[in-house]
Design a protein around this ligand. Structure first.
Ligand code: TRP
Length: 434
C-alpha cells in the first residue's frame, strides 16, 4: 500500500519552504503590522525579537525534534514518550481541527475578493459589500468550502506530490508579490509617516500587555502549539540540524512580517485610514483605497493573491497535521483520512462562516462563534499545549532536548531556559489570558 512507508521531504530546501509556508500566514500579514504599530513600533519589535529568539524558538525546536526523533504523528509521539501522555497529543489534534474552522472562513473571503477584482465586478462601497456578502445564509459557507477543497487537494496528493509542489510554487510567488507591493507602498507620499508609525520607538508604550501580545503573536506565527511542526519534522532525514532549521524559519517568518508592515502602513497613512487589523482592514479599508491608487486593479489582485497563498500554505500544514494523526492512529489510507477530515472541518466551519451574518447575534460569553474559536485556540490551547511540551521535554525526555538543541554553550542556555523559565512564562500567559 502506498501509505505504509512514511513519506519524507525530497530535499532540505523543500522542507524549509514548507515550514515557512506553515508559519507565514494571515498572522504575519494583517496581525503583525497592526500590533507592532499599536504597541509603540520599535519597542514592540525589539521585545518581539527577543521573545522569538530566546523563548519561542525553544518549543519550535522541540516540536521539530519530537517529530524527527519518532517519525510519527503528534499523538503517537507523545504516546511513545509515555502512554499516559496520549491525551495530550489528542488535545493537539483537537486544536489542529478547531483552527481551520475559523481560519478557512477568511480563506473563503479572500477567494471572493480575488474573483471580484479579476472579473472587474468591483463594488463602490466595500463596507456595504462585505456585510452583504456575510449576511447571505449560504455564500460564506460556499466560499469556506471552496477554500477547504483547494487546500485539501494537497495533503490528499501526499507530501511530495502535493504539499511540496504547492509550497514550491506558492511561496516564491508570495515573496515576489510582497516585494512588488512593498515597493509600490514606499513610493507613496505617506510612506515616511507610515514607516515611522511602525518603526519609531515609543518607550511609553512598554507594558506587561505588550510583552504578552508579543509572546502570543510569536507563538501563533510560528505555528507552535498544535503539532504542526511535529508533523513536518517527522518527514525529516536524520542528518538535519534542528536548531539551525528553527532559526532559519524564524528569520524568514520575521522578514515577511516586517515587509508586510512596510507594505501596509504607507498605504494606510497616505490615504488617512485608521491603522487597525483584521477583517475590516483587509476586506473593507484596503480594497476601498486600492480603487484610488496608482495601478489599482493589479495591486488589489496581487494583494489578495498574496493573502491567498499565505493562508493556503498555512491551511495545508493545518490539514496535514490532523491527516497524519488519522493515518497513524486509525490505520487508514491518506486519501480516506483527508476525505473524513474535510467533512469534519467543513461541518465545524459552518457556524463560524455564519458568524458575521445569520449567526451574528449568537454569542458565547459575549463573543461570536468565530471569535470564540479564535479565543479558545490562540489564547488558551496554543499556550497550554506549549507549556506541556516544555515541561515534558525539559524534565522527562532528554533525548528530545538533545535532538532539539544539539550541544555547546548556546544549547546549554536554551536548555536552562526551557527547564526553569519557559514553564513560568507560558503558565503566566495562560493565566492572564483567562
Ligand atoms: N502561523 C499561521 C499564521 O501566521 C497560523 C497558524 C497557527 C498555523 N497555528 C498553525 C498554521 C498551525 C499552520 C499550522 O497565520
Amino acid at each position: 500500500m502506498e501509505d505504509t512507508k512514511r513519506p519524507s521531504w525530497s530535499s532540505y530546501i523543500s522542507f524549509i519552504i514548507a515550514a515557512i509556508g506553515s508559519a507565514v500566514g494571515l498572522g504575519n500579514i494583517w496581525r503583525f503590522p497592526y500590533v507592532t504599530g499599536k504597541y509603540g513600533g520599535a519597542v514592540f519589535l525589539l521585545t518581539y525579537l527577543l521573545i522569538i529568539i530566546f523563548i519561542c524558538a525553544i518549543p519550535l525546536c522541540l516540536e521539530l525534534a519530537l517529530g524527527k526523533f519518532f517519525k510519527k504523528d503528534t499523538i503517537t509521539c507523545y504516546e511513545k514518550i509515555s502512554p499516559k501522555l496520549k491525551w495530550f497529543g489528542q488535545l493537539n489534534l483537537i486544536t489542529a481541527i478547531l483552527i481551520p474552522a475559523f481560519y478557512f472562513v477568511v480563506g473563503g473571503w479572500i477567494i471572493n475578493y480575488i474573483w471580484i477584482f479579476l472579473t472587474n465586478n468591483i463594488p463602490s462601497d466595500f463596507s456595504v459589500y462585505f456585510s452583504e456578502l456575510n449576511s447571505s445564509p449560504y455564500q460564506p459557507i460556499i466560499l469556506t468550502f471552496l477554500f477547504l477543497f483547494i487546500v485539501a487537494i494537497f495533503p490528499y496528493r501526499g507530501v511530495n506530490k502535493g504539499i511540496e509542489k504547492a509550497n514550491n510554487f506558492m511561496m516564491p510567488t508570495l515573496a515576489v508579490a510582497l516585494i512588488l507591493l512593498a515597493i509600490v507602498a514606499i513610493s507613496l507620499p505617506g510612506a515616511k509617516e507610515g514607516l515611522e508609525f511602525m518603526f519609531k520607538p515609543d518607550f511609553s508604550k512598554f507594558s506587561e500587555e505588550l510583552i504578552l501580545t508579543a509572546l502570543g503573536q510569536a507563538l501563533f506565527t510560528l505555528s507552535i502549539g498544535m503539532g504542526a511542526m511535529v508533523t513536518y519534522g517527522s518527514y525529516l532525514n536524520k542528518d538535519v540540524n534542528i536548531k539551525k532549521s528553527a532559526y532559519t524559519l524564524i528569520f524568514f517568518d520575521t522578514l515577511v512580517s516586517i515587509l508586510a508592515g512596510v507594505m501596509i502602513f504607507p498605504v494606510v497613512f497616505t490615504y488617512g485610514i485608521e491603522p487597525t487589523a483584521g477583517a475590516s482592514l483587509a476586506f473593507i479599508s484596503l480594497p476601498q483605497i486600492f480603487l484610488n491608487m496608482p495601478f489599482s486593479i493589479p495591486c488589489a489582485i496581487l494583494f489578495f493573491l498574496l493573502l491567498f497563498f499565505a493562508a493556503a500554505t498555512s491551511g495545508i500544514s493545518l490539514m496535514e497535521t490532523s491527516t497524519a494523526c488519522f493515518i497513524d492512529n486509525f490505520k487508514i489510507s491518506r486519501k480516506k483520512a483527508v476525505v473524513i477530515l474535510t467533512l469534519i472541518i467543513g461541518i465545524l466551519s459552518i457556524p463560524s462562516a455564519l458568524s458575521f451574518g445569520a449567526l451574528e447575534n449568537f454569542k458565547i460569553f459575549g463573543k461570536t462563534i468565530f471569535d470564540s474559536l479564535d479565543f479558545v485556540t490562540s489564547t488558551i490551547l496554543l499556550p497550554f499545549n506549549t507549556l506541556i511540551i516544555c515541561i515534558i521535554c525539559g524534565w522527562f525526555a532528554s533525548e528530545i532536548t538533545k535532538e532539539a538543541f544539539g550541544e555547546g554553550k548556546f544549547a546549554g542556555l536554551l536548555k536552562f531556559l526551557l527547564r526553569y523559565i519557559l514553564p513560568l512564562v507560558f503558565a503566566y500567559a495562560l493565566i492572564v489570558g483567562l
